[in-house]
Design a protein around this ligand. Structure first.
Ligand code: ZN
Length: 213
């Protein structure tokens, strides 16, 4: 069972997890965090499958990050280790956590680097029933594989993340959790086509355009 993600998709928030794959943390010269490293992406950054990613003039280094996304089924907070998280999961989808890497490095906060308009492709649909313990997470640019990891390499599992985040902030129906990216992030240029493919979900494909001609 799957549900298409259209242009009217409106999560109240997009919660992201940084450095949740050991090899990606290392490629950027970071340690693996002892607890999930959380940050938010502005919901206004969302674009559906097929819509362009726009390269803003403020950045010289915009990069893709292929990630497994969790879509929340119903409002929840304060989930304990003994609580079953399944009822709170509407399903899974592909997320491209597009990042202005130069701005991320220059700012203390991730907000600006992660939240330009069009910096959050999500889709193409939500798959309700999926075992996400060990599935492939791939990013291709112009058909060439740049990232290829497996969810079994995550430091913190999806179930752990839902419980952890719900104890930090109330999760609302339709909210999205982006669970981190494997190694291989690289620069996107105008004219590229960026695809995030997750095994059992499908392909999220977005062309890359300059923000201005
Ligand atoms: Zn990310």
């Amino acid at each position: 069972m799957s549900e298409l993600i259209g242009a009217d998709f409106r999560p109240s928030k997009i919660v992201c997890v940084g450095r949740n794959y050991v090899d990606h943390a290392r490629e950027l010269g970071n340690e693996v965090p002892k607890a999930p490293l959380l940050f938010l992406k502005a919901p206004s950054a969302f674009v559906p499958n097929g819509e362009p990613i726009l390269i803003p003039e403020q950045s010289q280094q915009v990069e893709h990050e292929a990630e497994l996304g969790i879509v929340i089924a119903e409002r929840c907070n304060g989930l304990q280790d003994t609580d079953d998280v399944k009822r709170y999961i509407k399903g899974f989808t592909c997320v491209n956590d597009v990042t202005a890497r130069d701005i991320q490095r220059s700012d203390v906060q991730f907000t600006r680097a992660k939240s330009f308009d069009t910096f959050c492709p999500i889709g193409p649909h939500i798959v309700a029933e999926l075992n996400v313990e060990d599935i492939g997470v791939i990013c291709r640019v112009n058909g060439e594989v740049r990232q290829s990891g497996r969810t079994s390499q995550m430091v913190f599992s999806p179930a752990f993340l839902i419980r952890y985040i719900s104890r930090q902030m109330t999760l609302m129906q339709g909210d999205v959790i982006a669970t981190g990216t494997p190694a291989g992030v690289s620069k996107l240029n105008p004219g590229d086509v960026c695809e995030v493919e997750i095994e059992g979900i499908g392909v999220l494909s977005n062309p890359v355009f300059p923000a201005k001609d």
